[in-house]
Write a protein that binds this ligand. Structure first.
Ligand code: NI
Ligand code: MN
Length: 231
């Protein structure tokens, strides 16, 4: 599966020929200034919660690509009623839906959620994606939570995208525990370095994972990797 990192907690994964873009926050991100938002392709845009550092460029990219926004009910509704963009698929915690690329389950995250204009953004969540090409989990912004232990009961993960930057979310040590809870050893870190509060030591972070025989990928902004998954 082709995985591209766009900085902060924004990334895309190509699944069954469809491009899934997560949490686009590019134009306000100084570290991602070399990324042209208008060049980004997406068939679906998945939003974990309503905070600006996850939705900033969602409308622009959705309009550019006629993409479907997948998020919780409140956020999809906000795009439909307040942003004039009605192509969305609303979900809520614990629910799944089969799309043309595979199945999405919206799962718990422990975090807050408000949209940029102050509208209530529902409960923050994460996503579990299952497809014939592989399965992965994106935690969204969250604390370490026991709810993560539910994920391997229904999905065997090939990789997971976890927030690791501390202050607003779990930190690296807790992300290692999260990787145990979800029974996954291939982790891609997000939500670090963008702001002063979440700067991390990359080598120390990778070492914390490798001590537990797990891998932590910290990609360069704009970098694409082909994630090999077990057949
Ligand atoms: Ni947030
Ligand atoms: Mn955030």
């Amino acid at each position: 599966m082709k995985f591209t990192y766009y900085g902060h907690a924004c990334f895309s994964v190509e699944v069954q020929g469809k491009i899934l873009l997560f949490d686009p926050f590019i134009s306000p991100n100084e570290l991602a200034k070399d990324i042209d938002v208008n060049s980004i392709k997406a068939d679906y845009i998945l939003l974990s919660h309503g905070h600006g550092d996850h939705v900033a460029d969602a409308l622009t990219i959705a309009q550019n690509n006629d993409a479907t926004i997948i998020s919780n009910y409140e956020i999809v509704n906000w795009y439909g009623q307040k942003q004039g963009y009605a192509k969305g698929h609303p979900m809520n915690h614990g629910g799944s839906w089969k799309f043309d690329f595979g199945k999405v389950k919206y799962v718990n995250a422990v975090h807050s959620s408000v949209l940029p204009d102050g509208t209530y953004g529902g409960n923050a969540g994460g996503f579990v994606i299952e497809s014939t090409e592989g399965n992965f989990y994106y935690s969204g912004d969250t604390a370490l939570t026991m709810d993560m232990k539910l994920i391997p009961l229904f999905t065997q993960l090939d990789f997971a995208v976890l927030c690791i930057g501390d202050n607003f979310t779990m930190d690296i040590k807790e992300a290692v525990i999260a990787s145990d809870f979800i029974q996954c050893n291939q982790i891609i870190g997000v939500h670090y370095d963008t702001f002063g509060f979440i700067k991390i030591d990359h080598e120390a972070a990778k070492a914390t994972f490798s001590e537990k025989n797990k891998s932590l990928l910290l990609l360069n902004i704009g970098e694409t990797v082909d994630l090999r998954v077990e057949a």
